[in-house]
Design a binder for this molecule. Structure first.
Ligand SMILES: Nc1ncnc2c1ncn2[C@@H]1O[C@H](COP(=O)(O)OP(=O)(O)OP(=O)(O)O)[C@@H](O)[C@H]1O
Length: 248
């Protein structure tokens, strides 16, 4: 479905993403993890078309989309959420979600109907007619999810939708994400909440300093010495092993 092939992005002297490769089959929830500043959001921006790669190709459903505009990629079925959620505070929740729905529904009544349906799917039904500015952090995260879903994506890129939520809010939103997957949407998610990654993702890619350093089932990836080193620093994997042995 999605093939990211040797994609790089240079910001001046910094290689934010360095020849990253990733391949997604349709269906499932795939994680993209890595330490702060690893290049995850930059990679998402290249997949969704907001940043042009310095090098490499991106294909979606067999078509080379490397130089397509974000709007065209959204039409093809690539939806994304943004890490920093900025709803139109003066508009209602429904109107905010309808902004996404206009991509496929030109008529206001149709876009509104789509927005209402999506709002119910993410648990925002009761808030539909309230101003988006009054939502809690958890509510804003659901709104961001709904806005992306309203574009009716085949591939949904979730950028830290769990960040800033407390454990009970995370527990509440996890079934919503699974539900989206069950409806046939392929999900690629950037996430720092490891418990959620373990719970949700079938497979995980790990970026560190712009490079893809590991890929596989979450448990195997978290036990990978290169991944431990990337998060905890040089020599950490050996130290953990030694401590483990010392504690029997
Ligand atoms: N527009 C930009 N101009 C210059 N440097 C940038 C720009 N965007 C990102 N960077 C740098 O590129 C690197 C990768 O950033 P990016 O936001 O992609 O990382 P990330 O893995 O998403 O991090 P986090 O988990 O903290 O969100 C960082 O060093 C960042 O400072």
């Amino acid at each position: 479905m999605l093939a990211v092939d040797g994609v790089s992005k240079r910001f001046g002297g910094l290689m934010a993403v360095d020849s990253a490769t990733l391949a997604l089959e349709p269906g499932g929830i795939i994680g993209l993890i890595g330490p702060n500043g690893a290049g995850k959001t930059t990679l998402f921006s290249m997949i969704s078309g907001f940043i042009a790669p310095t090098d490499g190709r991106i294909r979606f459903e067999g078509t080379d989309i490397t130089s397509e505009e974000p709007h065209r990629r959204a039409e093809r079925g690539i939806g994304r959420t943004f890490q920093i959620v900025q709803p139109f505070a003066g508009l209602t929740v429904c109107e905010n979600i309808a902004v996404g729905a206009y991509l496929r529904h030109a008529k206001r009544a149709d876009a509104t109907a789509k927005a209402r349906e999506v709002a119910r799917r993410v648990g925002l039904g009761p808030e539909l007619d309230r101003p988006a500015g009054g939502l809690t952090v958890a509510g804003r995260k659901r709104l961001e999810l709904a806005r992306a879903l309203a574009t009716e994506p085949k591939l949904l890129l979730l950028d830290e939708v769990l960040a800033g939520l407390n454990p009970s809010e995370i527990r509440d939103i996890i079934p919503v994400i699974r539900g989206i997957r069950d409806e046939g949407v392929t999900i690629l998610m950037i996430e720092h909440v490891m418990q959620a990654v373990m719970n949700l993702c079938e497979r995980v890619y790990v970026l560190a300093q712009g490079r893809m350093i590991a890929e596989g089932p979450p448990a195997a990836v978290c036990a990978d010495a290169r991944v431990i080193e990337a998060y905890l620093g040089h020599g950490a994997a050996a130290r953990l092993k030694a401590e483990g042995a010392a504690h029997g």
